[in-house]
Design a protein around this ligand. Sequence first.
Ligand code: ARG
Length: 566
Amino acid sequence: MLDFKEIVVKLISKEVETLSEEEIISLIEIPPSYDMGDYAFPCFRLAKAFRKAPNLIAEELASRFGDNVNFEKIENAGPYVNFFINRNKLVETVLKEIKEKSSGYGSSNLGEGKTVIVEYSSPNIAKPFHIGHIRTTVIGNSIFKIYKFLGFNTIAINHLGDYGTQFGMLIAAYKKWGDRKVIEADPINELLKLYVKFNAEADLNESLRDEARYWFKELEDKNEEALELWQWIRDISLKEFNKVYDMLNIKFDSYAGESFYSDKMEKVIKEMELKGILKESKGAFIVDLEPYGMPPALIKKSDGSTLYTTRDIAAAFYRKETYDFYKNIYVVASQQNLHFKQWMKVIELMGYEWANDCIHIPFGMVSLEDGTLSTRKGRVVFLEDVLNTAIKNTLNIIEERNPNLKNKEEVAKQVGIGAVIFQELFNQRIKDYVFSWDRTLSFEGETGPYVQYTHARATSLLEKGEFNLEDDIDYSLLKTEEEVNVARLLYDFPNVIINAMEKNEPYFITRHIIEIAKTFNKFYNTCPIISEEENLKKARLMLSYATKTVIKIGLGLLGMEAPDKM
Ligand code: ARG
């Protein structure tokens, strides 16, 4: 696709020898409003080399650029040179590209030959999949899709929390109070009850914690009873998690969880020892991180059992060997910032540069309107319930608004679940947020249903207008402000995806498709379409087709569906 920014860079670079193309790219700005141009080049940095005031330089540059078919005008405003893209060119360029690429518009081979691992979701077995997990699941899934769309070889890993002391706790609790039949009838709730009861009792009676530690040690030592219970609990929990993944249409390439590394830690610990970074401290083994301003990384407890950190280190080595990753991404809450810094530092101290390719992508906390969530106390909102409530609610709304809609249940699922995903990806991921049923399920304002509805509206318009993608289009007919504004946003979309990838921020896409939806609706309400003369009608339908296509791609990258009717 014709790259107007690149043309601007080339033009400037020819006139300004003192700046490299990279420097020019970094200087170019997008003016706050279109009447100041599509791109602006500030001349302050040139004052020394040109021995002139910046506005004189801008004036001189603008006059030297002269006429250019790709720009309506190039002129200076004070110390800036402003570039106004030729609207005809813009509209034609972007619509032709979307016509040709269709659902592949914005995709690329940027990542060819590079493997990116996205680890996300990673719930703890035997603990419920609660609303706190929705963040990693939804953000991770979107990041995964974005990399994939840009041509990276992507691997989705679910690093299940299927090991560790909490498992000892569960085995101990089960042996005291558990009933297999009761648990199998309602695994997650019953396991949660056991977990909560155990914690409550252990607060009164410390020796229970020793029992938990004992059972985890037994598990690590491959005690048969412990292993059997572990396998059973893992299986029934995973089955429950998969229900949620199915609802969200998520699949992982690997479910190698913490237990997978139980036999892969010894080798790594040996290497730390050989490299002289492992220290004994009160019978336990640590890596001292004081010089880096961090508490020590605990590698092995005094009873010989390993830790969360040890497993993460072993997992990173395994991934490097197995996938030779370009990036190894972890979508995990910001509460674990220190944990990730620590173990990545350990790998660096072991002498591996690829430690820098391991990237923690943190996100903020979710709280309930009446206080924080706590699994220990059993105060949880189950993700499955959230999704089901959203679906039920959506179905009610559809019954009201569009009772004759076919496959209502299916659409309610796509819209209800979409609403939850959209609101999750609406803000910068690091921001904390308060979970609110009202906001999640609202159909007004900047929400998922609004964007999905815009897509459905464009789709039915195309049907009504009997749009045919093969028709010849006179693009020069699209010249109103409303039409050009839509085209501009569509033109920017591929760059928005790249930005979202570089910053690992799906919300760039969320915000951009909201803008597209709003701008399209403005066009739709201002410019008659079906009633227009044939050629203009065709051109406007083409713009609608392009909008619908881009919204659908955008929603897809967020992990959402785009129903044709709703
Ligand atoms: N299971 C952990 C939790 O729910 C998250 C695991 C994060 N991933 C990792 N490689 N440590 O808190």
